[in-house]
Design a protein around this ligand. Structure first.
Ligand SMILES: [Zn+2]
Length: 402
């Protein structure tokens, strides 16, 4: 089916690009034309189903680069996960994936589940049996004995186990490899967040072995030392990137500059809970925490968007609430949209398929009422969401006239 989508403005993805009175033509699951309305209408000819959206904008489907579908976002996600068998967990994960999609996320990267469940869900979505975003999954993250998220099943000790684990994860159908380079928040009696779990040489082995399988590496790193090791090892994305030292914040400009030079992305992995943090800590302390993002940006480190959905309070159905952090930090809405589309797609290795409205790209697109360039709030007012060319349930498409 061919679909012609007409809006007051087309936002193709890159910051600064905007087509007033524009249109997008979709054929099946692929975008075939993007441009001024009259031109696209002319090329569409008769027979395309026409959707008119006055007062609206169309932009690429959004990308959430950091979710955990296996966690339920409740007060004890680890306890709930460990008490659930796979047959209970999988349908719950499918429901969370639908929540992601309903708020405009057409691509999501799962960075840690159990037993290959996210890969199973990805495959059922790809077969069209379940509605959900395009999913990339890392499988169980590599970690150390009693380390961060050891219960997901990715414990390794020493080089040969690292190689074997990466190889097995790739064999099981993972889209990338995730490694817990530092401690984290979630696991009782595990190393503190600032402390490294793996050294630079271990991380090099991870990157090398993943590269053999054609996979990228995402490194969870709160600690400054772990960030430096991950950057030196050549990972693709640094998750959290919080610059923690044993005595508090410890930003290292030389490391950030190496990140920028090597094109290594930073993902804040921060949910809509940022508002509660600002209230709890006050603007000064919250500014010190979130100010790292402005600082990274000023040094040229590419930022991508992710929410750590599944952790306590990190819900699956408020991606815009998470993006509004960047608005609070002073990023122009057009740049935030670019981060959540173009830049995130590139970080995931999908830069030629999703994250832009351009001929040949997948028909993942979002129509919203109002002007998202004037404020991200507009992204909450969805009028139509196409995922692989198919309207997501509940959307009222305009009257077909052609
Ligand atoms: Zn995470």
């Amino acid at each position: 089916m061919r679909q012609l989508i007409i809006t007051d403005q087309v936002l193709p993805g890159p910051h600064g690009e905007r087509i007033p009175d524009g249109a997008v033509l979709v054929d099946g699951d692929t975008i075939t034309e993007v441009g001024p309305r009259a031109e696209v209408e002319h090329r569409a000819g008769p027979g395309a189903r026409r959707h008119d959206f006055p007062g609206c904008a169309v932009l690429p489907g959004l990308i959430n680069c950091h979710v955990h579908l296996a966690f339920d976002a409740g007060s004890d996600p680890v306890g709930t996960l460990r008490a659930s068998d796979d047959e209970t967990l999988l349908p719950a994960m499918a429901e969370r994936a639908r929540d992601l999609l309903r708020c405009g996320v057409t691509t999501a990267r799962d960075l840690g589940d159990r037993g290959g469940l996210a890969a199973r869900l990805r495959d059922t979505i790809n077969r069209g049996e379940v509605t959900g975003p395009r999913l990339l999954t890392s499988g169980a993250p590599l970690t150390i004995r009693d380390g961060h998220c050891w219960f997901l099943g990715g414990v390794v000790t020493g080089e040969s186990e690292i190689r074997e684990r990466v190889w097995r994860t790739a064999e099981a159908g993972a889209d990338l490899i995730k490694v817990m380079a530092s401690g984290g928040q979630l696991t009782p009696n595990s190393p503190p967040m600032w402390q490294s779990q793996f050294g630079t040489e271990d991380l090099r082995v991870v990157v090398e072995e993943a590269g053999r399988a054609g996979l990228r590496v995402a490194a969870h790193a709160h600690g400054t030392e772990a960030i430096a090791s991950a950057v030196d090892a050549g990972v693709t994305t640094v998750e959290h990137c919080t610059w923690m030292g044993p005595e508090g914040q410890d930003r290292r400009e030389d490391v950030a500059r190496r990140m920028a030079a090597r094109g290594i992305y930073a993902c804040a992995a921060s949910s809509r809970n940022w508002r509660a943090m600002v209230e709890k800590f006050g603007p000064d302390r919250a500014g010190a925490i979130y100010g790292r993002l402005t600082w990274l940006d000023s040094l040229g480190v590419p930022l991508i968007t992710g929410t750590d959905a599944g952790l306590p309070g990190s819900v699956f159905d408020d991606f815009v609430g998470a993006l509004e952090l960047y608005e609070y930090l002073g990023f122009p809405p057009g740049r935030i949209i670019e981060m959540a589309t173009v830049t995130s797609a590139a970080a995931l290795g999908l830069g030629d398929e999703v994250g832009r409205l351009a001929p040949g790209y997948r028909a993942d697109l979002l129509v919203v009422a109002g002007d998202p360039l004037a404020g991200l709030e507009a992204l909450r007012h969805r009028r139509l969401l196409l995922a692989r060319g198919r309207a997501v349930e509940g959307d009222q498409a305009a009257t077909p006239t052609g």
